[in-house]
Ligand binder design. Sequence first.
Ligand code: SAH
Length: 253
Amino acid sequence: MTATPAWPPRSAPRLFVETPLAEGASLRIEGNQAHYLVNVMRLAEGAAVKLFDDVSGEYLARVTARGKRDLTLTVESLLRPREAVPDFWLCAAPIKKARFDFLAEKACELGVARFVPVLTDRAVVDKVKDDRLRGTMIEAAEQCERTALPEIAPLTKLDSLLKGWEPGRHLFFADERLHDSGGLSLAQALATHGGPAAVLIGPEGGFTDAENAAIRAHPAAVPVSLGPRILRAETAAIAATAVWMAAQGDWAA
Ligand code: SAH
């Protein structure tokens, strides 16, 4: 008795679409996505494609018409609702482009709900290309079977971030100087600080004394150490996110 093949096949391509999806909807796909489906995946009419919209979930769609540079997909059925994402924000000073892209990709994979680039005095980069970060995250989400994307906040000055901080959200301030002065590690702090959270990571050159003082003066700030070794900014951001996800996110079964 041969097992009936799984449908849609695991090999079915998976694409993020900006337009909200619903059963029965027809989408005209053009540009790079059409090139990928028509010329790379060489999909024929009737072929299956998985679509997700970061709003309602992931759907099974089929190719119902094919052109040279475009094709039509008709949405058939909901496969999975949009996943719930832990209420965790990653606030990080922009670092060199390739590394910041890498960090954006890891933040998406790790289930960060909101990615906030924070402009600090020593940030070597003073502008961030949102569409590039979003493209990086979309690619990660397509490959990692995600149905939700992090929201990307506009580049925000540190003082504005602090002034407009959302009440009730802990701001875990990763302070690399803390370890020597016997400060709390992030894991220790999480034992007594539950609920909506954010981690704040500085640039390659760290925070200035004035910034350090301003952050510590904020009522939501919880200065934490990420251990005895100085980590590169992207390593600190990824490590801190992992520690939070394990302690308070959705890693525990
Ligand atoms: N100014 C530091 C390096 C900064 S590392 C130096 O040159 O010595 C970049 C950021 O990563 C820091 O601002 C901090 O937010 C975080 N970070 C790195 N290692 C850390 C640690 N051991 N504990 C807490 N935060 C750390």
